[in-house]
Design a protein around this ligand. Structure first.
Ligand SMILES: [Zn+2]
Ligand SMILES: [Zn+2]
Length: 269
């Protein structure tokens, strides 16, 4: 099985030169979206990267913040309009914790067309998951878990495939002690890093309950993560971001450190 990570966006909420953090895990032409970013930029990313909406089968939303959830409404619109025209066959599943799914259903009902709303909970399945719930996704199994966020209920997910490959996603929450067992030895971890440690006086990651590159790299190193993908960053460095973040993070993380640009495809080894 070949798997790749399509990087739709890597920015935090208020960036203007990146799309918000949003990924699509691809396996043999089918896609599992990890968060949706904050708006219709998800449509541009999907089009630019050649991702057909009829191949997007699953969406997981971590929490109810603008920059993670509202792009999901556009994803439902894209999928729903194709269902209405007969281009999308079968079901589209959206997972999130209970309060999130309730809120997401309310927003969808308020802003989407009657034709698409009629598909909600019929073919567009809005499914709440409990802490520790397991669901089949692509050829693997996703475990959903509470990340321990104290500001808003936030879930992460860890996907395990039959060949043993593991990928985990934490939304925009730092690595808390209670999730370490789920992440230990993980092949791929997608984690937030708002800014360089050397620039924490400028961006103040602690003020928004986020981490520096150094902090996230140290935590991932302690867990034996093999590939660390940093996202949810500030956007002041433009094309130099990758080199700057890699240089700082490489001092604290001995695995493969990835700082992808928006619309990059990361092959999963
Ligand atoms: Zn957030
Ligand atoms: Zn965020």
């Amino acid at each position: 099985m070949s798997r790749r990570l399509y990087v739709f966006g890597t920015g935090h909420a208020m960036v203007t030169r990146l799309y918000n953090s949003c990924f699509a895990l691809e396996e043999d032409g089918r896609f599992f979206l990890l968060d949706a970013g904050g708006g219709s930029g998800i449509l541009q990313a999907a089009a630019a990267m050649g991702v057909p909406w009829d191949a997007v089968r699953f969406l997981f939303l971590t929490h109810t913040h603008t920059d993670h959830l509202l792009g999901g409404v556009w994803a439902v619109r894209a999928v729903g309009s194709r269902m209405c025209s007969g281009q999308y066959l079968g079901e589209f599943t959206v997972w999130g914790h209970h309060a999130l799914i309730d809120a997401f259903r309310t927003v969808c009902r308020a802003v989407l067309s009657p034709g698409i709303c009629a598909l909600l909970d019929r073919r567009i399945l809005l499914q709440p998951v409990e802490d520790g719930a397991q669901r089949s996704v692509l050829s693997g199994t996703a475990v959903f878990f509470d990340t321990g966020c104290t500001q808003v209920c936030q879930f992460g997910c860890a996907v395990r495939f039959p060949d043993g490959q593991r990928l985990a996603y934490l939304g925009d929450e730092p690595i808390h002690p209670q999730v370490r067992p789920l992440l230990s030895g993980c092949g791929y971890l997608i984690a937030e890093a708002l800014c360089l440690e050397s620039e924490r006086q400028i961006h103040r990651p602690e003020a928004s309950f986020h981490s520096s590159v150094k902090e996230t790299c140290e935590r991932a190193e302690a867990l034996g993560v093999r590939h660390l993908i940093l996202c949810h960053t500030e956007d002041t460095h433009g094309p130099a971001r990758r080199a700057l973040y890699t240089a700082e993070g490489g001092r604290w993380f001995s695995g493969t450190l990835l700082v992808p640009d928006d619309r990059e495809i990361v092959p999963l080894a």
